[in-house]
Design a protein around this ligand. Structure first.
Ligand SMILES: CC(C)(COP(=O)(O)OP(=O)(O)OC[C@H]1O[C@@H](n2cnc3c(N)ncnc32)[C@H](O)[C@@H]1OP(=O)(O)O)[C@@H](O)C(=O)NCCC(=O)NCCS
Length: 431
């Protein structure tokens, strides 16, 4: 099978043509009517962008190129990157070629380490990661070639160059941030013999005699890779990328959105929730105690982290994959048992409360307990794992946006007084 670059070069012209003729023939066909509520309350369910890498089906969860994520959990993240971009899994030669490409680009420029070391040590790791990502971007080929007058047809090629460089270096940067932030000693060098996620795992310096943490990291990196185009980080990244800011800027924009507690930061909050249960009951509570704890959280006006979703209406299959892993690897771990108990009790509590549209666990509900089991107890770091994995999807989306000549994103806003007038004149308005 062809290397990633060749595979894309052979497939992009036809996809580009297909989209152009669809827009030409059916450009005025309506996708949806947008309600006042949708426009004012976060654009929920408004179909407003093209994203071919993956989709989220409310009842099936994440489908990558049409295939449920549950069928891809044994794949390496590198394979997933190839799959996100092309819709085909690489064969052994194509995978080797991609891994060799990563190795060729792996050296992190010295100035990036200087930048990381200049950030306040106590800064949240997501802040440091964002700064470090921007600093990596000084070598953007997309930016350099753009200023030299690169043709539009070539945008995707230099975007791919930048994406490969960023992916090759990101695990080293993320691992260095971990070791510095939590005072764990010097940076551990990258091992070119290892696959992408295994190398990240070893650079963190986590003891892993049975290779189980490495397996968890491969699974983690695969499960968080992408979640269609409309989630907050992907959408942010898409908007930045549409300005033709380079992939480093777009990725940094995306992970800044990921750093919010309603999005990627929820995984940190989930572990804090579970540890709170453990502390209060000095171990694993019974189901009644757990219920009572959840009601206390809800009655104090807080949400139960790790439950609910803007799109999903069933248990997130990514939660199921983590849950399955925990059942195999650490079924007796007290923190994991609380996650397990939560899965039994929380949906029923949220149902009784009657507010959440989805009462099932999302991807964040159980991942922290597994990291904790392996000694990665620093939950303020957890969103960085999410961000490293999500680079696969955000960068794949960037490349495809450029390949398809997706123009500047520019929706229309309106003022409150315009809205008041509009509502007065709308059919069905109170006279
Ligand atoms: C993910 C989330 C932000 C989706 O938000 P949403 O699309 O607005 O969800 P809904 O439409 O179901 O929300 C309706 C109501 O239920 C509440 N709700 C949703 N999930 C809830 C939860 N896990 N705990 C308590 N209340 C919840 C909302 O806060 C909202 O209350 P409000 O009307 O008082 O504002 C929301 O479910 C949440 O905050 N979950 C916890 C945080 C989390 O796990 N984030 C990670 C997402 S992958």
């Amino acid at each position: 099978m062809a290397a990633l670059q060749d595979k894309l070069a052979s497939s992009i012209p036809a996809i580009r043509k297909e989209l152009q003729s669809l827009v030409k023939q059916s450009g005025s066909a309506k996708l949806a009517d947008v309600t006042v509520e949708q426009a004012c309350m976060g654009l929920r369910s408004v179909p407003s962008m093209l994203c071919d890498t993956s989709e989220v089906d409310p009842n099936r969860g994440l489908l990558i190129r049409g295939r449920p994520i549950s069928e891809l959990t044994n794949k390496l993240p590198e394979e997933i990157f190839y799959y996100l971009l092309t819709g085909e899994l690489p064969d052994e030669d194509a995978l080797k070629s991609l891994q060799a490409d990563f190795r060729k680009r792996a050296e992190v420029p010295e100035h990036v380490w200087t930048v990381i070391n200049a950030v306040a040590e106590e800064a949240h790791p997501m802040r440091t990661l964002s700064i470090a990502t921007l600093s990596l971007g000084t070598e953007s080929v997309f930016r350099r070639r753009y200023t030299e007058g690169m043709k539009k047809e070539e945008y995707w090629e230099t975007a791919l160059e930048d994406a490969l460089t960023l992916l090759a270096r990101l695990p080293q940067v993320a691992a260095a941030i971990y070791r510095r932030r939590y005072k764990l000693g010097r940076r551990i060098p990258s091992d070119p013999k290892l696959d992408w996620a295994a190398d990240y795992a070893q650079m963190l310096g986590v003891e892993d005699p049975k290779g189980e943490f490495t397996r968890l990291m491969r699974l983690y990196m695969t499960l968080h890779c992408d979640h269609e185009g409309g989630n907050a980080s992907a959408y942010t990244s898409h908007v930045v990328s549409s300005t033709l800011a380079d992939p480093f800027f777009a990725f940094a924009g995306g992970i800044n959105a990921l750093a919010g507690p309603l999005h990627g930061l929820a995984n940190q909050e989930c572990l804090e929730f579970v540890l709170g249960v453990h502390k209060k009951f000095k171990g694993v509570p019974d189901a009644d105690q757990m219920r009572e704890f959840c009601w206390d959280v809800l009655n104090s006006g807080r949400v139960i982290p790790g439950y609910g979703h803007a799109v999903l209406r069933v248990t997130d299959p990514r939660f199921t994959a983590f849950h399955h892993f925990g059942k195999l690897v650490c079924p007796n771990d007290e923190i994991f048992r609380i996650v397990d108990l939560g899965y039994e009790v929380i949906p029923e509590v949220l149902k009784k409360q009657g507010k959440a549209k989805n009462v099932c666990p999302n991807v964040d509900a159980g991942s922290g307990a597994l990291l904790y089991h392996f000694g990665v107890t620093q939950d303020t770091y957890y969103t960085v794992f999410f961000a490293v994995s999500r680079a696969l999807g955000l960068l794949a989306q960037y490349i495809l946006d450029r390949a398809l000549f997706i123009p500047l994103t520019r929706p229309k806003s309106f003022t409150l007084s315009w809205l008041k007038n509009f509502v007065k004149q709308a059919p069905g308005a109170n006279s």
